[in-house]
Design a protein around this ligand. Sequence first.
Ligand SMILES: C[S@@+](CC[C@H](N)C(=O)[O-])C[C@H]1O[C@@H](n2cnc3c(N)ncnc32)[C@H](O)[C@@H]1O
Length: 294
Amino acid sequence: MRSTTLGDLVDEAVPILHATAQADARREVEELAARVLGVEPAELDRERVLDGLAVRRLRDLVGRRADGVPLGHLTGRAVFAGLELVVGPGVFVPRVHSELVLAAGRETVAGIAGPTVVDLCAGSGAIGLAFAAGRPDAEVHAVEFDPVAVDFARRNAARRAALGDTAVTVHEGEATRAGALTGLDGRVDLVLANPPFMPDAAEVPDEFGRYQPRQAVFGGADGLRVVRQVVEAAAGLLRAGGVLVVEHGHLHGASVPALLRESGCFADVSCRPDHDGWPLYSAAVRTETGDRTS
Ligand SMILES: C[S@@+](CC[C@H](N)C(=O)[O-])C[C@H]1O[C@@H](n2cnc3c(N)ncnc32)[C@H](O)[C@@H]1O
């Protein structure tokens, strides 16, 4: 009987993931294969003959991925804005879309020396850590309320600090005005946030509905429960002229800008699209006026 090579198995698996609408099926299969074989994807050799155990393990991982388990939960890692992060079951796997939120935030403080930056709803720490990686002069704080996610964020922060990046302080607590960061009130230059924003009853792919942590995806009946907290918290944290960049997805292209305007604390509100033209996030500038004490 002909032995099974890695190439055979990759060619078998790619259509399986294609059929479940994974746009990047080949890369994903290669990442899974690299995990099974304990090498980097770039080191994979299609001619390598796989033993029975490796074949079974790779088929099992491909099957679980086809079922909707996030790739990062299977490989234990995710790459966000060029940074490799440790992830796993219980923490949200960062999405490439959120790199646009990061880029918008970076731009707003490009001319400010030593900016103070807060990442609310930090999950694995992806956004705050990626920001810190590019700005050695920044003071960066990340806030997350889920202890499992906090643990991942702290591990990632320690790994990045060991590589020489700016240290990010990870605070365990609610992203609310009375939350973990009251000492920074009125001092912050930039708040970045990717809160949960799907309405509780929304139909979402299994990856988000079954496998990503529920509190990372769903935000109440209208999806805006945590977004409202973030807007209020940012109003307290930001100095006048400081900027909030908040991800909210395509359902909230009108409601989040309205919320920001109605708060009385923000001006220059704009909603910006993802690469396909769908509303993705809003940005707004903290005004001089607007309550800071409630
Ligand atoms: C969509 S995930 C984003 C994680 C990370 N920022 C990213 O982009 O990968 C939202 C995160 O917000 C956290 N979260 C939800 N409600 C929160 C709250 N009230 N306070 C703090 N964190 C919250 C969830 O636990 C989850 O980790």
